[in-house]
Design a protein around this ligand. Structure first.
Ligand SMILES: [Zn+2]
Length: 393
């Protein structure tokens, strides 16, 4: 659009929209070149002289061209700058409203700030609880497994009713994952139970295993267990939620169909953003952790480097901004394991169930969850394998 005062062509951006404090009706557009205050009515003239210009200078002929306009370009008399300013003021202190504003009014992709805190910060705030011993407020346990050529890596995570999490253990099970190695050790983890300080024992609620590598062996392993106890998962960058409903996949052996499995898609990008937001949370002055806070025991530095191994960068793809995760530290398995454990927690209902329901999963009631005198009975053995249900293979 040309500035009606100096004529300089510019794309209209929200940051140039200004108004008197608390008075969105005074909204005007400040020319980025001459600083003149452009009024809404000038749009008529600006539209007549506006031109389309490529945002990426060099593009090959076979590329698909996309067009992008935000609401600042609404024709005169339609959605006004004053309305946009007013919408922003209503949304700015509420992350979910702001997200809607960015997506719909500005027409831009909302991205959680994809930056982990420095690993040293997390390392320095480690807590002295013992590995494999549960705190009183843990409601259920999930395990996330990353598959490598010569080993399996896994994190055991305990989840609380307010979505705080405790890392309970991080293990590396060595063995060639293409020839059975490591898998029997992993089967032992599925059967393990962890003792909570009130005497309750908790099993693995769901174990989620990445299928990106040695897929056949992962499928074989999952098929040894209840269909909703040990699940295969597949990362999907574009998925804007934790997990999407499972798809049925055929399991084949030597070209022959031997069965079916439910494969779950994981919104890895989405969950990494969420995790990195959670890792930046701090305890308050009295040492009370907020919801979503992540507790860690005294792991070594490699764990924390791995957990914070990636960062989100903005790249322009075909004229559009895209946010992509790139590794800045090679060994990112702790990050992947945490994402899969979080996926499993989403399937259990971490995001869906009310706090009292989550507490009840671990035999806790909200009022007694921090007291030691409640003595819930230990869970009865393993659930029977269900047949014919929605979740079954
Ligand atoms: Zn100007």
């Amino acid at each position: 659009m040309p500035c009606p005062y100096c004529g300089a062509l510019q794309s209209l951006v929200f940051s140039q929209l200004k108004w008197d404090e608390g008075r969105p009706e005074t909204a005007r557009y400040i020319c980025a070149h001459c600083g003149a205050a452009v009024e809404e009515r000038h749009k008529i003239e600006m539209f007549e002289r506006g031109v389309w210009m490529p945002s990426v200078p060099e593009r090959s002929n076979d590329e698909v061209i996309g067009f992008h306009l935000n609401s600042l370009y609404s024709p005169y008399g339609w959605h006004s700058w004053a309305e946009i300013a007013s919408e922003f003021l209503k949304a700015k202190n509420d992350t979910s409203k702001l997200k809607v504003f960015v997506n719909t009014t500005l027409g831009e992709a909302w991205a959680e700030r994809g930056e982990a805190p420095p690993y040293k910060n997390l390392y320095n705030r480690r807590e002295s609880y013992r590995l494999n011993e549960l705190q009183n407020d843990v409601c259920f346990i999930t395990v996330g497994v990353d598959v490598q050529r010569d080993r399996l890596e896994l994190e055991v995570v305990g989840w609380c009713a307010d979505k705080r999490s405790y890392s309970i253990d991080y293990r590396v099970l060595e063995g060639d994952t293409a020839s059975g190695g490591g898998w029997d050790k992993l089967a032992a983890v599925v059967g393990e139970r962890w003792l909570r300080s009130d005497g309750m024992e908790l099993p693995v609620k769901i174990m989620a295993i990445d299928t990106g590598y040695n897929t056949t062996h992962v499928y074989d392993f999952c098929r040894r267990f209840d269909a909703l106890r040990v699940i295969p998962v597949k990362g999907m960058d574009s998925l804007g939620m934790a997990v999407s409903p499972p798809k049925t996949v055929d399991v084949t052996k030597a070209g022959k169909k031997v069965g079916k499995l439910r494969l779950w898609s994981v919104g890895v990008s989405f969950l990494k953003g969420e995790l990195y937001s959670a890792l930046r949370l701090e305890k308050d002055d009295k040492g009370v952790p907020p919801p979503n806070y992540c507790h860690f025991p005294e792991y070594d530095e490699h764990f924390f480097r791995g957990l914070t191994a990636e960062e989100q960068v903005k790249k322009i793809v075909r004229g559009y901004p895209r946010y992509m995760w790139v590794k800045k530290y090679e060994r990112n398995e702790p990050l992947d394991c945490r994402i899969y454990a979080r996926t499993a927690a989403a399937i259990v209902g971490l995001d869906r169930l009310k706090p009292e329901k989550l507490a009840a999963l671990g035999g806790l009631s909200q009022s007694t969850r921090s007291r030691d005198n409640s003595t819930p009975s230990a869970p009865r053995g393993e659930r029977k394998r269900r047949r014919g249900g929605f979740w079954d293979s």
